[in-house]
Design a protein around this ligand. Structure first.
Ligand code: AHN
Ligand code: ZN
Length: 337
């Protein structure tokens, strides 16, 4: 006993003298993500599996590695194949809806909407949307308005958040049915023209639901959810068709300490995929979209539809805020609302 005590004292003395340098704390790859800007440990408030912004970021990098994902190009087909295979890792219930739509230019676009179902037999469901195609030209870019853009934010960010959620839904069965739908043909629209020239995949899906009698209690669309200092305001169509969902999501984000991203401010309607889901499929759906009229003359970030929409504008903190909010919304739903 005495001997043991002596050893303990000796060990204590050695430590106190600092004969060995104290080891540096291990730095986790995502340790900067443990705290949001309010200093609240976000993921400990809710009870959801931890959303990895590192994984989501890697999924943006992967999509961007295919180059622009413009319908009828090789990069588009290759990225679509990747997304289908990735989702098939997490659920056997992946439905690919292939069709041809006519763009405002008269071009016939071969597109694929990709749907992944989790707990497919549960009648209580929610659905999450993003678009995976990218705009064929950077028409807001002063130098190169005809070149295609990489769409790290406009396209890839929403998809990446949903791919990370798919991974987590597979690891930890959610309390209700969840569907993930990746729309194609969203951004091949006429900038000065009719809004219906956009969202061709969402329009087709809403008119031709790939699951007979499909219904979800509500939907959430993610569009441009990756840029640094993104500002998600409460958008007009979301408020008109699904105000209680806006309230639920923004309140959750604020409770988690993400009030600097989810702004309690109402903005005019934006015709995006959710407009067609609301009016054609009649699933009450909101849009989480980086738009604030206060930031510049267009309201979208300065990188919007320019060649600046590449990986350098993506911030993991934004992905963390959006992903963590969605995970907590999903895992706090009851199984029989
Ligand atoms: C319009 O510009 C009509 N709607 C915005 C939809 C959009 C474009 N989302 C991403 N890119
Ligand atoms: Zn766009």
């Amino acid at each position: 006993m005495k001997k043991f005590f002596a050893i303990i004292c000796l060990a204590g003395l050695l430590l106190a003298c600092g004969s060995k340098p104290t080891p540096e704390p291990i730095k986790l790859a995502n340790d900067t993500l443990q705290n949001n800007q309010s200093g609240i440990i976000a993921h400990e408030i809710g009870n959801a599996p931890f959303f990895s912004a590192d994984s989501a970021f890697a999924m943006i990098e992967k999509q961007v590695s295919f180059g622009p994902r413009v319908p009828n190009t090789k990069g588009h087909v290759a990225c679509g194949d990747f997304l289908i295979n990735r989702l098939k890792k997490f659920t056997p219930d992946v439905i690919v809806q292939s069709t041809t739509v006519i763009a405002y230019t008269g071009e016939a676009l071969r597109i694929r909407n990709i749907m992944a179902q989790f707990n497919k037999n549960n009648t209580h469901r929610i659905v999450l949307f993003a678009h995976w195609d990218t705009r064929p030209f950077a028409d807001r870019d002063k130098e190169n308005p005809k070149q295609p853009l990489l769409g790290a934010d406009d396209g890839a960010s929403g998809v990446a958040v949903l791919l990370e959620i798919a991974r987590l839904l597979h690891l930890n069965s959610p309390p209700l049915g969840v569907d993930i739908v990746l729309f194609d043909g969203e951004d091949y629209g006429d900038a000065g023209g009719k809004p219906e020239t956009y969202c061709l995949g969402a329009q087709y899906w809403s008119r031709n639901l790939p699951v007979p009698g499909y219904y979800a209690k509500y939907g959430i669309l993610l569009d441009m959810v990756g840029a640094a200092n993104a500002r998600f305001c409460q958008e007009g169509w979301s408020l008109k068709y699904a105000s209680s969902v806006v309230e639920k999501v923004w309140n959750m984000a604020h409770a988690l300490g993400f009030g600097n991203y989810f702004i309690m401010k109402q903005i005019d309607p934006i015709t995006d995929d959710h407009y067609f889901v609301n009016t054609i499929a009649r699933i009450p759906t909101i849009d989480i979209i980086n738009f604030d009229p206060a930031v510049n003359s267009v309201g979208f970030g300065d990188h919007w539809h320019t060649l600046k929409d590449n990986i350098s504008i993506i911030d993991k903190q934004t992905l963390h805020a959006v992903g963590t909010t969605l995970m907590n919304v999903i895992y706090t739903e009851s199984s029989n609302f």
